[in-house]
Design a protein around this ligand. Structure first.
Ligand SMILES: NC(=O)c1ccc[n+]([C@@H]2O[C@H](COP(=O)([O-])OP(=O)(O)OC[C@H]3O[C@@H](n4cnc5c(N)ncnc54)[C@H](O)[C@@H]3O)[C@@H](O)[C@H]2O)c1
Ligand SMILES: N[C@H](C(=O)O)[C@H](O)COP(=O)(O)O
Length: 342
């Protein structure tokens, strides 16, 4: 079976992404690992953090080769301006998207089997006048309008989100029956398909305190969530809820579920980040390609120090390799979903 080839985007040039890529390059991986970054930037960061890495240019079409620890196959993408650790510069925002575009285009050509992303600074991309709320939404849009589902996963816990990067004031209006049904169908499908769970059990949180307290603390549970769960359970899905979110993550409740669906970002993610920050993987479900990422941000305060913990990036690479290998095995029997042309 051909070796999986991953593209690792190095993210915000002023953040910890480039040095995490260097840490990853130092290790053994059973894949062909290509890093997308500006060459001068990664060489300069290597000097700063004393990383002894040999760089080799990667050109599209090159033969696959197993990653050699201590080397980096580099897909050079030029910065607009020199970047310095901890110093954001909006003129480099297009560069960050350029890295993602190269990764997506490579997936659509089947040159790469998976994308792994180092963190980006969403605010500086917006400061450059580009509407951008996250990789999740950007990748979905570039994948022809796929509906993305964000899930953070550790070995013990999987937390998916019904809504992603939305202001809290808009969350209630966004949770419609149509949205919830779509998210649950994608989550159920990808837990089977990508996580080898033949009959996944999904614990669905309510939106309001105490799941609405029988309608006295909000009616979204009664009017939207419960009818969707009833309908999908009848079609064979194994759904529990809506559960009060404050106790959904207790051991007794988690023992009944393979994944939890939280209604919004800060209902679900603080739990998994509290439990296992630095070891969780952010995986985007519902895309026609594999994408995993870290569970943390750009950590501008640590950039250039070499002190950032690479654990989440390692876990993201491992998960991408497993998923890519599985997808390759499946492709031998059925064609995978394809990306629309750009
Ligand atoms: N995958 C992504 O692209 C991603 C994920 C989360 C946040 N972000 C973005 O990152 C930016 C900064 O976000 P933030 O400040 O809320 O979160 P952050 O994760 O960058 O930092 C929060 C705290 O955690 C520490 N930290 C983060 N990563 C670490 C690591 N690998 N090792 C050790 N300590 C680490 C930081 O030093 C800081 O003290 C924002 O623009 C946010 O949107 C991007
Ligand atoms: N919501 C993610 C987190 O808090 O870890 C993070 O912002 C990354 O999102 P994208 O993968 O969409 O950039």
């Amino acid at each position: 079976m051909p070796l999986p080839r991953l593209i690792l985007t190095s993210g915000e040039p002023a953040g910890i992404g480039p040095e995490l890529c260097l840490a990853a390059a130092a290790r053994q991986w059973s894949c062909d690992l290509i890093v997308a970054c500006d060459q001068a930037l990664i060489e300069q960061r290597a000097r700063q953090v004393h990383a002894d890495i040999r760089f080799a240019p990667y050109t599209p079409g090159a033969a696959r080769q197993e990653h050699v620890p201590g080397t980096m196959r580099l897909l050079h993408s030029p910065l607009a301006n020199a970047a310095y650790p901890g110093r954001l510069d909006a003129s480099n925002a297009h560069y960050v998207l350029q890295l993602l575009d190269a990764a997506i285009d490579g997936c659509s050509r089947r040159e790469f089997d998976a994308i792994v992303t180092a963190p980006v600074q969403k605010s500086v991309i917006n400061d450059a006048g580009i509407a951008f709320s996250g990789h999740t939404e950007y990748l979905a849009e570039r994948a022809g309008g796929a509906h993305p589902v964000m899930m953070l996963a550790t070995k013990k816990l999987r937390v998916a989100l019904a809504t992603t990067h939305l202001p809290l004031s808009t969350v209630s209006g966004a949770i419609t029956a149509e949205l919830l049904e779509r998210v649950l169908i994608i989550l159920d499908h990808d837990l089977r398909d990508r996580f080898a769970l033949p009959a996944p059990r999904i614990l669905v949180c309510g939106l309001n305190p105490h799941a609405g307290e029988s309608g006295h603390l909000g009616r979204e549970e009664i009017e939207v969530i419960e009818p969707v769960l009833r309908r999908l359970c009848k079609s064979g899905m194994r759904l529990i809820g809506p559960a009060p979110a404050d106790t959904a993550f207790t051991p007794h409740m988690l023992a009944q579920a393979d994944a939890v669906l939280a209604m919004y970002h800060d209902q679900g993610l603080p739990v998994i980040k509290y439990a296992d920050f630095g070891a969780a993987v952010n995986v985007t479900l519902g895309l026609p390609f594999i994408r995993t990422s870290v569970d943390h941000g750009t950590a501008l305060d640590l950039a250039g120090t070499g002190k950032a913990d690479p654990g989440s990036l390692y876990a993201a690479i491992e998960m991408a390799i497993e998923m890519a290998a599985k997808a390759r095995r499946r492709q031998r029997t059925a064609p995978d979903r394809t990306l629309p042309a750009r």
